[in-house]
Design a binder for this molecule. Structure first.
Ligand code: AHG
Ligand code: MN
Ligand code: MN
Length: 315
């Protein structure tokens, strides 16, 4: 009998508390993946007509995925509030506002890939509230550094649907088995290879990068001879980076002076996973997990990969 998401209950100090929430992520993933597969038949591809708080066009599937994820978090009974890339404000779950945990989510990552049937993902992290559970959860509950994250992970909607997660005791990958309708452990104890792999970056921005990153990347290329891959969905690019090695980066540039990727929805959860997989997660001169968040939708530069490769890149 393969291990399922129930396996999480046996892991670390917080595994049993995290299991129902991560099972909720699993249910959301199954539903989102079904919606993605049928989207073209239901006219669900394309723009929703609105913008999110970051001024980006929302796609219909961004909005649908956000609703599905929130409903599944509500149904766990253990989540008091959700901070979402698609929502300006923290969403308090009124029925369970006394619950202990908050979830931060990028419901649909890489949504520009939807039009071309490319891979997309969901990214999440879980923190314990700071406010007393007799109070209404507050946005300050979400502004916790990556060192305080209890669990994090991502779902990759590729040829198969995979849920990769960590409760602070290594990283495991579960693949959805359509025959059993369960996520089954397929990639136990994922570790990033120390050498080899690929560098992964939108190199068309190179002449606009700040912090001398253009020259630094040229140096890395000549030192390591790494090949290049870039999907444009962080989940897909990170998943490959963990399995094959190398580095994924999104530096600051003259358009995005503090970087493009979101600290709470992308950088911290992926930084947590990268460290748990034996790799290194850097921002500008600081480890991603040491950054003290100041705002829900804050952005930061990211350099995530094998330790030696990240060090060679950043000099
Ligand atoms: P999202 O679809 O959630 O807005 O995230 C897109 C992000 C990330 O997934 C990816 O790494 C990056 O944007 C790609 O950006 P570029 O198109 O600028 O390369
Ligand atoms: Mn994203
Ligand atoms: Mn998104």
């Amino acid at each position: 009998m393969p291990l399922t998401l129930n396996n999480i209950a046996t892991q670390g100090k917080h595994g049993s508390a995290m299991m129902p929430i991560i099972q909720g992520v699993g249910r959301a993933a199954i539903e989102i993946s079904a919606v993605l597969r049928g989207a073209v038949f239901r006219g669900a591809l394309g723009q929703a007509g609105g913008e999110n708080v970051q001024g980006e066009q929302q796609q219909l599937l961004d909005v649908l995925s956000d609703e599905i994820f929130l409903d599944e978090m509500r149904s766990t009974g253990f989540v008091c509030a959700v901070g979402s890339e698609e929502q300006e404000e923290l969403l308090v779950i009124d029925e369970y506002s006394h619950a202990d945990y908050l979830v931060l989510v990028d419901p649909l990552d890489g949504s520009s890939n939807l039009d071309v049937d490319g891979p997309v993902g969901t990214i999440f992290s879980i923190v314990k509230r700071k406010t007393a559970n007799t109070e209404r959860p507050h946005v300050s509950d979400t502004l916790q550094s990556g060192r305080e994250v209890i669990a994090a992970g991502y779902v990759l909607y590729g040829p198969s649907t995979m849920l990769v997660c960590s409760v602070g005791e290594g990283v495991d990958g579960y693949t959805f088995n359509p025959a059993t309708a369960r996520f089954e452990l397929s990639h136990g104890d994922m570790r990033i290879p120390a050498s080899g792999g690929y560098y992964s970056v939108n190199e068309s921005n190179a002449d606009q990068w700040l912090d001398g990153m253009g020259a630094k990347l040229e140096h890395l290329k000549s030192e390591t001879g790494l090949g290049m891959r870039y999907v444009g969905a962080m989940v897909a690019d990170m998943h490959r980076t963990i399995l094959k090695g190398g580095v994924f980066l999104y530096p600051a540039d003259s358009k995005n002076k503090t970087g493009k990727l979101r600290l709470l929805y992308e950088a911290i959860p992926m930084g947590f996973i990268m460290e748990q997989a034996g790799g290194k997660a850097m921002s500008s001169g600081i480890e991603v997990l040491d950054i003290q968040p100041e705002a829900l939708h804050q952005r930061v530069p990211v350099y995530l990969g094998a330790g030696k490769i990240v060090d060679t890149l950043l000099g």
